[in-house]
Design a protein around this ligand. Sequence first.
Ligand code: CMC
Length: 429
Amino acid sequence: MADTLFITDNRTGKKIEIPIEHDTVRATDLRQLKVKDDDFGMMTYDPALMNTAAVKSRITFIDGDKGILRHRGYPIEQLAENSTSFLEVAYLVLFGELPNDKQRTDWRIKIRHHTIVHESIKKLMEAFRYDAHPMGMFISTIAALSTFYPEAKELNDPENRMTQICRLIAKVPTIAAFAYRHSKGAPYIYPDNELTYAGNFLNMMFRPSSKEYTINPVLERALTVLFILHIDHEQNCSTNVMRSVGSSHVDPYSAVAAAAAALWGPLHGGANEAVLHMLDEIGSVNKVPAFIKEVKEGKGKLMGFGHRVYKNYDPRAKVIKNLAYQVFNVTGKNPKLDIAIELERIALEDEYFVKRKLYPNVDFYSGLIYQAMGFPLDLFPVLFAIPRTAGWLAQWQEHVTDPEQKITRPRQIYLGYGERNWIPMDKRK
Ligand code: CMC
């Protein structure tokens, strides 16, 4: 049986046979279908890119129906359980293999070399208002980094690309912590390269300026796991932005800033913050049924539920739910946990949610942990962006080295006016 698709264009009677590869057909093969010779040819229409594969990738695999997520073939559950360091998983995602001992040490040294930011970046951040949203500060500061490293636009040099990748992975926790301390009016704490990726971040966040700060190993481990769980998620909204913006061959700092902006939206990485606002609004367990009723009547969404790809329990949410109990043993239970559990219980039994295959996603429980650990709500999207930077960069690297890729440029179906003549001001309605 040949892997081809026969199409008959009933407008003209023309028959074409086009190849099927990896269960897809090439949209450009349809261009042969024309009514007139000077027609552009047939296109596909796919708002929100629901059924369009725009890249070939070897990084992350998701089976949304089965609730499977793997990076470079390794199930997310195994990575979360066995990997003791975020940088090890970042190495895997970027280079395709788990590092051996020497590779892991060299990689750590490489990243640590870049953790500090230029003093002018610090001054730049001081210019933000005291109540600026940390994600706004994060996005702008990442964009500003491109002015510090003008050589970053030399994309054809693999060594140069790798330097920028290391710089970005190293600097995002520093910028995130500085954004937090700026909003507190607290002095910035510089990176401590003796600490782990997550430990260093906790130290920069929470160490009182003149005192020692002891990092709780359970919380450090929890943050490492949360970082691992958020590292990549194939072609989601922000990754698509990273690839699209990167396809213009702009420098990676500008592309990461754009991807982070996409992540900030409440339908994407901003959902973890929105979940906590929703739990506050509900207030108590006995108000959950009334809230669910309102959602079903179309008066809002159950934040942290539903996913474009997962039509099953998000595997990351399962790991996070278990992690929550370990964290609460140290911090005390987040009082909103009971509301969240009741929401989940009712939603998973309710026909509205069952029929639409709406399950908790990664954002449903992560915010409860972040809050219990002392992170303010508006820092939650930044906590998502820190580990996702490594994923964006792996996807960007794959994109800019893929000989099949070009500048991203979708088509449109134009439904506006045909040509018409200019109307002088005194004749306009
Ligand atoms: N609460 C209530 N109803 C929902 C929800 C929800 N959270 N999500 C989807 N639905 C309904 C939706 O109204 C629609 O119903 P109907 O068929 O009657 O019109 C149906 O389910 C299908 O939804 P959709 O909007 O077509 O699904 P989508 O694939 O376009 O949207 C989503 C996916 C994640 C944007 C959406 O589920 C949502 O807005 N969820 C809440 C926000 C959220 O938690 N986002 C985090 C996503 S995971 C982290 C990340 O990677 O960003």
